[in-house]
Design a protein around this ligand. Structure first.
Ligand code: PGA
Length: 262
């Protein structure tokens, strides 16, 4: 059985002081939940403080992006060894990076390889836009993003990878995909691709998160689906009570699934 992985993507929110306060509110509650992997991804500036506070709490810490070069003349960028000093994982290919900063499937692949090379776990984000969805291109788009994004990755390296399926039209809109529609993409497009690329055994173990307007109200329904293995949470990760409620929803679903299997 796959273990749920719920990660909060704070995006460009929270000063260092605010980030510390949020971790202060999250950590006592999250410490009581040990059957779900949970994580936060603050801004680079808040990372040192957050990483310090999360040490020993079970909360994993990630960065929201990284460059692929090890060092050099790339003003404003952050290199993989720098991220690896502080973080357990990094997010690559978020749709906001693709939309506002010109990130491509090829650069996602470069970032992924560079992150894996320094021992980071990686959340690789994929997902179609509204126009692509309405034109019936979801499967083609997601498959292309996976083919190029995960090119030249071995089965062993895949152990460090989580896929986040985030339909762009669902991000920050309050309009989440239905559990059935999201699971259809996870189960019938992404998982078969992973099987093909990495083999049956590895594909069964890899987590596929859903992201896009996950809230305490819809989390349990989404996580109850066969191939939704957690969530990448934006807006609802900025308030302690809603992020805690979402992690608790995953924990409850995990308990129910465990009982039904035994
Ligand atoms: P949202 O963002 O939960 O605010 O929709 C999700 C994401 O972009 O990862």
């Amino acid at each position: 059985m796959r273990r749920f992985f719920v990660a909060g993507n704070w995006k460009m929110n929270k000063t260092i002081a605010e980030a510390k306060a949020l971790i202060g509110a999250l950590s006592p509650e999250l410490a009581t939940i040990d059957n779900v992997d949970h994580a936060v991804a603050p801004s680079y500036l808040a990372l040192p403080a957050v990483a310090g506070l999360c040490k020993g709490t079970g909360i994993k810490v990630g960065a929201q992006n990284l460059h692929w070069e090890t060092a050099g003349a790339y003003t404003g960028e952050v290199a993989p060894p720098m991220v690896a000093e502080l973080c357990d994982f990094v997010i690559v290919g978020h749709s906001e990076r693709r939309k506002f900063f010109g990130e491509t499937d090829e650069s996602v692949n470069q970032r992924l390889k560079a992150a894996l090379a320094v021992g980071l776990d990686v959340i690789v984000c994929i997902g179609e836009t509204l126009e692509e969805n309405e034109a019936g291109q979801t499967e083609a788009v997601v498959t292309r993003q996976l083919e190029v994004g995960l090119a030249e990755i071995s089965e062993t390296q895949a152990a460090a990878i989580t896929i986040a399926y985030e339909p762009v039209w669902a991000i920050g809109t309050g309009r989440a995909a239905t559990p059935e529609d999201a699971n259809n993409v996870h189960k019938n497009v992404i998982r078969p691709f992973l099987r093909e690329q990495f083999g049956e055994a590895r594909a069964e173990l890899m987590r596929i998160q859903y992201g896009g307007s996950v809230t305490p109200d819809n989390a349990a329904e989404l996580f109850a689906m066969s191939d939704i293995d957690g969530g990448l949470i934006g807006g609802a990760s900025l308030k302690p009570e809603s992020f805690i409620a979402i992690v608790k929803a995953a924990s409850m679903v995990a308990i129910v699934q465990q009982e039904s299997q035994s």
